[in-house]
Ligand binder design. Structure first.
Ligand SMILES: CC(C)(COP(=O)(O)OP(=O)(O)OC[C@H]1O[C@@H](n2cnc3c(N)ncnc32)[C@H](O)[C@@H]1OP(=O)(O)O)[C@@H](O)C(=O)NCCC(=O)NCCS
Length: 248
């Protein structure tokens, strides 16, 4: 049972970390794995009433790995804490399955709440380095938290949050596929953004040229007298649009 779980965890790290070269390297050099080892023993002591022993083992785990996991926290399967230094997981935090945390993440409490004071993370959540998730909030399945974000309210499933206080970016993508460093590597998006930017710039330049050639055409491409788009500009815009749609 213990070895099966260890094998599973090593395998899940191998899949998620592009820097991992071998299973032995993961076993020897990954503090996230070592922290989980101490957490499991500390957790056993904690739930069997040996709370001081639990806290002490958690402290030893922190000295070895640089990662502090309170034995009261509930941790799911295959948690991957990459690099790890400075990660703190508070007493009433709940972490789902296949979650990834990078260094410096805090799943912390606030003095505003008693009892459950720490966040709950759903399955496959990815939290970027230095992010602070504070209070008894819920970060739902497949959400991604950007590096250094400070999250103070619930995060819906599949949404990406950045900034202080964190705000959602993009429409959200409910994917179960792991994204290394939480970055969405789907190429069409940045490429499309670039093309759309260039397209807009070409349209503006065409309007300015039309204005220089014919002063009755305004710089925004409309005919000054009729306030309608200039016909030549409209035709040029249509041909540019066609070019863009052929590209994408
Ligand atoms: C937030 C994150 C998940 C977004 O990745 P993505 O889906 O690929 O999104 P993009 O890079 O297209 O960024 C989307 C927008 O968010 C902004 N953004 C990205 N990361 C940000 C961050 N950490 N803080 C603030 N804004 C950020 C981008 O500038 C972009 O803004 P724009 O739309 O105005 O241009 C990713 O940037 C991130 O922070 N990952 C964590 C990486 C990490 O911790 N690495 C440590 C490994 S050791």
């Amino acid at each position: 049972m213990v070895f099966k779980r260890l094998r599973e965890e090593i395998e899940s790290i191998r899949v998620r970390d592009p820097a991992a070269r071998s299973r032995l390297e993961i076993l020897l050099c990954y503090p996230g794995l070592h922290a989980l080892f101490f957490y499991r023993i500390a957790r056993w002591a904690w739930i069997h009433g040996f709370t001081l022993a639990g806290r002490f083992l958690s402290h030893v785990g922190k000295m070895v790995s640089g990662i502090e996991i309170h034995p009261g926290a509930t941790i799911g399967q295959r948690l991957f804490i990459d690099h790890g230094t400075g990660v703190v997981i508070g007493e009433t935090a709940v972490v789902g399955d296949d979650v990834t945390l990078y260094q410096g993440v805090t799943l912390g409490g606030t003095s505003l709440h008693k009892g459950k004071r720490h966040p709950t993370l759903g399955d496959r959540v990815i939290v970027g380095s230095g992010a602070q998730i504070l209070g008894p909030i819920t970060v739902a399945d497949d959400a991604r938290i950007g590096a250094n974000a400070v999250v103070l309210s619930d995060v819906p499933a599949g949404v990406t949050m950045v900034g202080i206080p964190a705000r959602a970016v993009g429409p959200g993508r409910h994917t179960k596929e792991f994204l290394a460093y939480a970055c969405d590597a789907e190429l069409p998006d940045p490429l499309l953004r670039l093309i759309e930017g260039l397209h807009q710039e070409i349209e503006d330049l065409r309007d300015q040229v039309a204005h220089m050639q014919n002063p009755t055409v305004d710089v925004d491409g409309t005919d000054i007298e009729t306030r309608r788009p200039n016909v030549d500009v409209r035709a040029a815009t249509r041909s540019t649009r066609k070019g863009v749609s052929n590209l994408t």
